[in-house]
Write a protein that binds this ligand. Structure first.
Ligand code: BES
Ligand code: MN
Ligand code: MN
Length: 456
């Protein structure tokens, strides 16, 4: 639609500047020292929604971070789109690897650099600007609801309760989410699968205090070494996870499904070059695309213990720690997998240490239907805005609430994200292309149009 492009062209500088303002708020959900900033970000979202033309916006406090809910109801008889996203971000560390401070956004080579620029503030703001644009051009063809949370990056626990208690409020015909990526700016795609997740924290204790490593070394177990051995044993030489029963609930893909999935463009050399690695690895018998989307894995997210300051300190530390997450695929269940992990990890602990396993957050894997009205509307919208039909892809990341939306609200989600996997989400120098940002606003507006038409 021509009006949309004209509106974007006229307003793009303001669209960008408003986003930069949003990105300045360090809404890190994992770290309590940012609690008031997270709260400030929720207020910012409320104000932005009202300015864009929402009728009502409410902020719901939770045990942790607030949930923002807003709506624009045009006519109860029209279809309703619920846009979900998150205004919280991952911790910005390690700070010294950023070329510019994470919460002082800068534009360089057509990209906005800041924590949250792509994941997910930039993508959330596309939805808010799409609403503004549809209202200002008189083209809003349906009702819209917004559900923007502040705990996605820590597992969405509060939102789970909120959804269960507010089913009526959240009633919609489709849930539209921009928190994923496309293959390339020239190869649009729509995500139809997400892996589930289950997090664990581990504490290994050896001697009751740090010991002089000369006086005791060689005679007492070192908890760091033991933890490393235990972790390393979780994968065998073929890249299989060794936890008994780990693959029991994994739905096996047919040869046809695998063939279809591997049609998605993937260039190994470019992949290696982008990551600065000389080779890849992973489970034998599967392609990189499969390893990172349709196969489950166990990843070590952090490991620490002992002396880390300047110079040397010769000790056998008393304790060692690790943070681990499993990525799960249909039909693995987080709770069940956490139990399996804990049982196995305690079993392989040698007698000379004690192991404490704390089970954390979880989220179910997701598989979406390419024949739903939502998918078709997204496909049409992307086809129009990118001049190319999007490819359905399965992603390896997780958005814990999506499975719960289906279970509790019985509503299908559409994962129409606009990031690139080179955007450094969760990493230093996260960025989001201005092309992607503006294309997202355009495509979301087109989605509204196509979804409303298809639902007639
Ligand atoms: N937006 C991501 C998930 C994502 C990224 C999906 C790229 C597909 C492509 C989301 O914010 C995220 O990072 N989720 C966490 C969930 C966890 C902390 C509970 C994840 O996947 O690690
Ligand atoms: Mn995200
Ligand atoms: Mn994230």
């Amino acid at each position: 639609m021509k009006e949309l492009n004209t509106y974007i062209e006229k307003n793009k500088d303001r669209f960008i500047n408003e986003l930069l303002d949003f990105l300045k708020i360090p809404s890190v959900s994992a770290d309590s020292k940012y609690k008031s900033d997270v709260e400030r970000a929720s207020q910012w979202v409320k104000k932005a929604l009202l300015q864009a033309g929402a009728d009502t916006v409410e902020i719901f406090p939770t045990k942790l971070h607030p949930i923002v809910y807003g709506e624009k109801i045009v006519d109860k008889k029209l279809p309703t789109i619920l846009a979900y996203g998150h205004y919280d971000v991952q911790p910005p560390d390690p700070l010294n690897l950023w070329n510019s401070p994470p919460f002082e956004p800068v534009i360089k080579d057509g990209k906005i650099y800041a924590r949250g620029s792509c994941d997910d503030k930039g993508q959330v703001y596309m939805h808010i600007k799409a609403l503004e644009m549809l209202l200002k051009t008189g083209k809003l063809p349906c009702n819209v609801k917004f559900l923007i949370e502040g705990e996605e990056e820590v597992g969405s626990a509060s939102l789970g309760d909120f959804v269960k208690k507010n089913k009526k409020k959240l009633e919609a015909d489709v849930i539209l989410i921009s928190d994923t990526d496309i293959i390339d700016n020239k190869i649009p795609s729509i995500t139809v699968g997400l892996r589930g997740i289950a997090g664990i924290e581990i504490e290994v204790t050896g001697p009751n205090r740090d010991l002089h490593s000369g006086v005791y070394g060689g005679g007492v177990a070192n908890p760091i070494t033991v933890l490393c051995e235990m972790i390393a044993s979780l994968k065998d030489k073929k890249g299989h996870i060794t936890i008994p029963g780990f693959y029991k609930d994994v739905k096996v893909l047919s040869a046809k499904e695998r063939k279809e999935l591997n049609k998605a463009p993937f260039k190994l050399n470019a992949y290696k070059k982008d990551l600065g690695i000389t080779d890849i690895t992973g489970e034998k018998g599967y392609t990189t695309l499969e390893r990172t989307s349709t196969r489950p894995t166990v990843e070590l997210n952090g490991i620490w213990g002992g002396y880390q300051g300047e110079g040397s300190k010769t000790i056998i530390p008393s304790k060692a720690f690790a943070k681990v997450t499993m990525r799960l695929v249909p039909d693995q269940e987080p709770e069940k997998m956490l139990e399996l992990f804990a049982k196995h990890f305690k079993k392989i602990a040698p007698p000379y240490v004690s192991v404490k396993v704390t089970l954390g957050h979880g989220g179910d894997p997701v598989l979406l239907d390419t024949s739903s009205a939502g998918y078709l509307a997204a496909s049409k919208a992307m086809h129009e805005s990118f001049s190319k039909k999007p490819i359905p892809t399965r992603s390896g990341g997780s958005i814990p609430i999506v499975a719960l939306f289906k279970k509790e609200l019985r509503t299908d989600s559409v994962l129409m994200g606009f990031g690139l996997n080179s955007d450094n989400i969760h990493s230093p120098n996260e960025h989001y292309g201005i092309f992607n940002y503006l294309k997202g606003i355009e495509t979301i507006a087109l989605f509204h149009h196509h979804f409303a038409t298809l639902s007639k």
